[in-house]
Design a protein around this ligand. Structure first.
Ligand code: ATP
Ligand code: MG
Length: 285
């Protein structure tokens, strides 16, 4: 039986979430001691564990068929590969940061500065578009210490909370890119590989959709029922069930995580009681 090869990060920030994604898609794997590759037990997938920087090249060459990698790495490497789906984890931004003591008004203040980064291509493009002349110093790690040791005046690096910048006396001044993990693929998969990838994507989308939504149950007295029904979206429309107490009904629906608290407040104002909120495992439409 043909298998699809997926490349995921061997260790690091994307590792746990990549493994969890497989698990949420009901794909079982045993991770061996050497952790170079493994085969899924119940899905035609072989998993290769690699450094994230190498994944785009392996995808271009077809050593791996699909892979999970940050958009930041993918755009920096500029390999000929296809993005199939954004995955909603590994969220961060590629940002420019300067020493706290530097007074910063706008991007022109970066003109003529030395900037240390592991993302020379993305930084060069960012400056080129804004007609800024900066001197780019490519370094492969610990970029945040560069200004402190006199290697550069400022940096461009990945940020999520900003605490690393803060600890190194830096402040974030410009965002170059918003990033998250994506599923990318080799450009020319054969038909069997395509079928397996589509099956995998189908599961990923069901899991993603479920994560974005919550199942809610509430009770409401019958005279307020109409208002609640017209307010609640639901996937098609809400479910209404009678209660043993015939003056009230139970309403079930699905609401989006993003507007969740707003919806709950409005439901309460419309007379909803005993609101229960449950996670959803998968949504298949
Ligand atoms: P490797 O050993 O595989 O080369 P690495 O050290 O280059 O790993 P990690 O620090 O593990 O990389 O980050 C992997 C990816 O996680 C990044 O490329 C980025 O897409 C994402 N990420 C999310 N949040 C952050 C963050 N705060 N800092 C760095 N990367 C982040
Ligand atoms: Mg790396």
């Amino acid at each position: 039986m043909d298998k699809l090869k997926i490349a995921i990060q061997k260790s690091g920030r994307l590792y746990e979430d990549s493994i969890k994604l497989l698990k949420d898609c009901s794909i079982e794997i045993n991770i061996g001691i050497d952790k170079l590759k493994t085969t899924a037990l119940n899905f035609p997938l072989e998993i290769l564990f690699l450094r994230d920087d190498d994944i785009p090249q392996y995808l271009e060459d077809g050593v791996a068929d699909i892979g999970i990698v940050g958009k930041n790495v993918l755009l920096e490497k500029r390999k000929r590969i296809k993005i199939k789906e954004t995955l909603g984890f590994g969220k961060c931004r590629l940002s420019i940061a300067v020493p706290k003591s530097l007074s910063y008004n706008n991007i022109k203040d970066l003109d003529g500065k030395r900037i240390a980064t592991s993302y020379p291509f993305l930084v060069r493009e960012f400056f080129k578009k804004r007609y800024i002349n900066a001197e780019i110093h490519e370094i492969s790690g610990a970029v945040e210490i560069a200004p402190g040791i006199g290697l550069a005046d400022c940096i461009c690096d990945l940020v999520s909370s900003g605490s690393t910048l803060f600890m190194n006396g830096l402040k974030e001044v410009e965002t170059v890119l918003q990033s998250e993990a994506v599923l990318a693929s080799h450009l020319h998969l054969d038909s069997t590989q395509n079928i397996i990838m589509e099956k995998f994507l189908f599961r990923i989308r069901a899991v993603k959709k479920a994560k974005d939504n919550k199942y809610i149950l509430l009770n409401v007295s019958n005279e307020k029922l109409e208002k609640i029904i017209s307010y609640l979206p639901g996937i098609k429309s809400p479910v209404i069930l009678p209660l043993a107490n015939t003056e009230c009904s139970s309403v079930h629906s699905v609401v989006n995580e993003n507007d969740f608290w707003g919806i709950i407040e409005n439901l309460k104002a419309l007379g909803a009681q005993d609101i229960l909120v449950l996670p959803i495992e998968k949504i298949i439409l």
